[in-house]
Design a protein around this ligand. Structure first.
Ligand SMILES: Cc1cc2nc3c(=O)[nH]c(=O)nc-3n(C[C@H](O)[C@H](O)[C@H](O)COP(=O)(O)OP(=O)(O)OC[C@H]3O[C@@H](n4cnc5c(N)ncnc54)[C@H](O)[C@@H]3O)c2cc1C
Length: 313
């Protein structure tokens, strides 16, 4: 297998995944392949599909954790970071970092992606999770997407991506995102730079920057999606119901869980929806904290939290 994989890119065997995940946890990947071009990526995917080999795409590793047992298959990293700006359209390969795309589009005097300057990871990962910040999200400006699906390469529209809050069709199918086209508006360059600075300053103020993390562990609670009655409703501020979103960080904080540690993992003191690796954490420590939070929130509020991060067992 090692020899065969080499035709597609650089191959590592038994690679520690913690080196490639922002949370710095997880076991080893049996095979870890870094692919440089879209052609090689398509060939690799069809090779693996043809042999039924389990595989998973890894972008910046900022929204994923792997089990301590690692991944018994092929972890694929796509390194093509091409980002072309033509007039108001940006064509970007899924391996490009979200920060780079934000900077390139701002430099070209385009507005609509300033929020991306604070998002770790790649465009592939951001599209899959419909990443967003400061009231904006991927959905707002994506025009179309090129995907690999069952041996074919297809172009699909924004509507076909079925974007919802931190969700898309890609979370529910096996499509591999190859390339994305965005459409933006033109604006005075200084305005977008100012906005981007504001985004960064806000993040520094509100997010734990010093320790490894995967960002928000759970999605915020969408009131309209709740299927059961909320318990102790009177304790939750009315304004959340008016806005239709209950911040999960608020729920966790209200239960006094900030700062709780299991092994090397801790519920952040700064932002309760972040779990941070404060020293040699295992994936199991994080999973145990996730369970503890879910159980407490369900017991007190009757709300089932949903993980935003992808957990690969
Ligand atoms: C400090 C910090 C702050 C964060 N703040 C935010 C925030 O404000 N808003 C927000 O939305 N998110 C935030 N995140 C989460 C994360 O940065 C985003 O979800 C990011 O877009 C994930 O991209 P990634 O490349 O790192 O994906 P990864 O973590 O590498 O992968 C995530 C998922 O996407 C899949 N994937 C990756 N590439 C492809 C591809 N080409 N085709 C198909 N599937 C693919 C993976 O298999 C995996 O299932 C934050 C994370 C951190 C660590």
């Amino acid at each position: 297998m090692h020899k065969e994989l080499k035709q597609f890119g650089k191959v590592k065997i038994e690679e520690p995944l913690s080196k490639h995940i922002t949370m710095k946890v997880g076991g080893r990947a049996k095979y870890f392949v870094v692919v440089e071009t879209i052609e090689k990526l398509k060939e690799l995917l069809s090779f693996l599909d043809g042999r039924g080999v389990p595989h998973i795409m890894l972008g910046g590793g900022s929204n994923i954790i792997f089990s301590d047992n690692g991944f018994d298959g092929v972890v694929i990293v796509f390194k093509d970071t091409t980002c072309n700006v033509v007039d108001t359209e940006v064509e970007v390969f899924s391996g490009c970092s979200t920060v780079r795309m934000a900077k390139e589009s701002m430099a070209a005097g385009l507005t609509g992606f300033e929020w991306g300057v604070g998002i770790p990871g790649t465009i592939g990962g951001a599209l899959r999770g419909n990443a967003g910040a400061m009231g904006a999200e991927m959905k707002d400006t994506v025009d179309r997407v090129e995907v690999y699906r069952n041996g074919e390469v297809l172009e699909i529209s924004n509507e076909e991506c079925e974007f919802r809050y931190r969700d898309s069709a890609f979370k529910h199918n096996a499509d591999i995102i190859l390339r994305v086209w965005f459409t933006f508006a033109k604006v005075e360059n200084e305005d977008v730079k100012k906005q981007a600075m504001e985004v960064l300053q806000y993040r520094i103020k509100t997010q734990p920057m010093g320790f490894p993390s995967s960002g928000s562990v759970f999605t915020n609670v969408q009131v309209k999606n709740l299927t059961s009655e909320i318990k102790n409703k009177e304790e939750i501020p009315k304004e959340f119901f008016e806005k239709g979103i209950i911040p999960t960080g608020w729920l966790i904080d209200s239960l006094g869980l900030k700062g709780i540690k299991i092994g090397g993992a801790q519920i952040s003191e700064k932002h309760a929806n972040f779990i941070v690796n404060v020293g040699e954490a295992k994936t199991q420590d994080i999973l145990d904290l996730i369970e503890l939070i879910k159980e407490k929130v369900y017991t007190i509020y009757g709300i089932n939290l949903e993980e935003e991060i992808k957990i690969v067992y």
